[in-house]
Design a protein around this ligand. Sequence first.
Ligand code: DC
Length: 223
Amino acid sequence: MIITIDGPAAAGKGTLARALAAKYGLAYFDTGMVYRAVGLQMLLNQNNADDEKAAETYAKNLTFPLMIQLSEHPDFRSAKGGKAASIVSAYPSVRKALLKMQQDFALNPVFKDGTPAHGVIYDGRDTGTVVCPQADVKFFITASSEVRALRRYKEFQEKGIEISYDEVLKDVKARDERDATRASSPMKPAEDAVIFDTSELNIEEVLQKACHLIDSWQKKLEK
Ligand code: DC
């Protein structure tokens, strides 16, 4: 079984993806990590943000173990790291270089400890449209920019990262704009995706609706 969950930053994709992965025993691939890994290397090596060639080289040389190693760095999930990831993710050459690594995961999905899984949940921006258009069930999770900024702001506060709500909101809007307008695979729901707006729904409600759809899909298969 392959499930894709796409949508803008802080819409609740990760929470839903982890809950579904646990419930259905699926491996989980947070595809934002590949872009964060490239963005972080740009920061660590002091490359200019507009140096597409450097970003492409990091993308071409990225492996799973390197990505996991980079994910331990404090800037991997910081606002600075998120901005660097967003910038490199707009480069067509970077997206192209990272596509196979993301697609290959569905051929051989594994849990974090390396044991094989019978399926995968992808979480990202273009996983239902570009990475895995053949997925069995697709979701597109969204919420207003204000609601998403407030969630991110609270996450930063919990981690002790100092940043104002206004700065987070500005950043969320800038990332949305970059995600939606980039030339190569701009973020949009797949035609066959089910869309949830989590501004008004809590995670339990979203999870319930998502499980209902997955169960119906599984029942149809059994017939
Ligand atoms: O989901 P995230 O915040 O970790 O993603 C980091 C950046 O990567 C974000 O700005 C958008 C980009 N991204 C993308 O372009 N395509 C994906 N499938 C996943 C993330």
